[in-house]
Design a protein around this ligand. Structure first.
Ligand SMILES: *Cc1c(COP(=O)(O)O)cnc(C)c1O
Length: 372
């Protein structure tokens, strides 16, 4: 089946009542027969429930994985992958990993005996240099947040395989509609389903999708069962509903992203545009090789630094000033302010989530805001 067909049908099953849209099972506990055997597949909600399982059945085939685990948030999903590693493991992280994962390493994992090397993965040689005998996980994020750096997925996975390390790729920004890390050699795809999977800025969730239903999958499932980082049935249902339109939304986000990036190129108020779909972008060649579209996320750099960037944000009328991404509405944020005082994001950088409006309306708004 092609991706467009998969997103519509993945995980669907015939409902006993004939309902076409799936039901939401809110029950926290599940009945046993007179011999005390569970009647169905579930016993207690923290371990599994029918709506969460149905979401996982829908998620796995989208990345071409054998199994998926759903989580309460993208952070919960990523943290579970680390908590499931052997004590004393060494992890290689990209220098531009999602900000809160870097905080998780700085504030928690380093104290718990995990070691991390942070490196610029745009050059695979840096990853080779960072490998150690104890390296258990290589964490990738491409396009990265917020600099949209591009990592050569196949090259890094080949290095990891030789070193016996697991590879995980945060595929939140591209989604499997545009990029399939498991097909390129990665072991795990990580998602904040709060973003494009949900698609409407109204649900939080996370996911790990595994190439193989192996011991790494079992370890992560055990961690989730015990630690309890599960999504609610309603949130599982909302993410599943979002998946049904993922293919056509991502096509529109990519078309709009390309139109906005191209329309801003050469704007005298900007010093740089970070968007891997532009031929001038340093990541363009690798992105073109491993992505089927370039998505709706971009960062722009405003001449004149922080104050000039803040003025641009203050003048938008159609864009909403808010963090996050992947919804129907276009968002703009001064990323360093969102990340807080320890942020390394350049102060002149504005991050844009291009939504599903008409790109000419979005461009007109940005151009008036940049012109002042
Ligand atoms: C938002 C985001 C996360 C974290 O997900 P939450 O659902 O907010 O916990 C992780 N990675 C990327 C790339 C994100 O954009």
């Amino acid at each position: 089946m092609r991706f467009e067909t998969k997103v519509v049908h993945a995980g669907l099953r015939t409902d006993p009542a004939g309902a076409v849209a799936p039901p939401i099972h809110l029950s926290t506990t599940f009945e046993r027969d007179p011999a005390s055997e569970p009647i169905g597949a579930d016993t207690y909600i923290r371990e599994s429930n029918p709506t969460q399982t149905q979401l996982e059945d829908a998620l796995a085939p989208l990345e071409g994985g054998e199994a998926a685990l759903a989580f309460a948030s993208g952070m919960a999903a990523g943290v579970t992958a680390i908590q499931s590693l052997p004590p004393g493991s060494h992890v290689i992280l990209p220098d531009d990993a999602y900000y809160t994962y870097r905080t998780a390493f700085d504030d928690f994992f380093s104290r718990w005996g995990f070691e991390a090397s942070v490196t610029d993965m745009a050059d695979p040689a840096n990853v080779r240099a960072a490998l150690r005998p104890k390296t258990k996980l290589i964490w990738m994020e491409t396009p990265s947040n917020p600099l949209l750096k591009i990592v050569d997925i196949a090259a890094i996975c080949a290095l990891a395989r030789k070193a016996g390390a697991t590879t995980m790729l945060d595929n939140t920004w591209a989604t499997p509609a545009l990029q399939r890390p498991l097909d390129l050699g990665a072991d795990i795809a990580l998602h904040s389903t709060t973003k494009y999977f949900g698609g409407h800025s109204d649900v939080m969730g996370g996911a790990l999708i595994f190439k193989k239903k192996d011991s790494v999958y079992e370890a992560c499932r055990h961690t989730r069962h015990v630690m309890g980082s599960v999504p609610s049935p309603f949130n599982s249902w909302l993410v599943m509903r979002g998946i049904r339109t993922l293919a056509c939304r991502m096509r529109a986000h990519s078309d709009n992203g390309m139109a906005v990036a191209a329309g801003l190129e050469g704007n005298p108020a900007l010093s740089q545009i970070h968007y891997p779909g532009l031929k001038s972008d340093p990541g363009y060649a690798v992105a073109k090789k491993q992505m089927s579209g370039f998505g709706g996320m971009m960062s722009i750099r405003v001449k004149g630094g922080r104050d000039a960037a803040m003025k641009v944000v203050s003048r938008v009328k159609l864009f909403t000033r808010a963090t996050s991404l992947g919804g129907t509405e276009s968002l703009i944020e001064h990323r360093a302010s969102s990340e807080g005082p320890s942020s390394k994001t350049p102060q002149d950088l504005l991050r844009l989530s291009i939504g599903l409006e008409h790109p000419d309306d979005l461009l007109a708004d940005l151009k008036q805001a940049l012109a002042g």
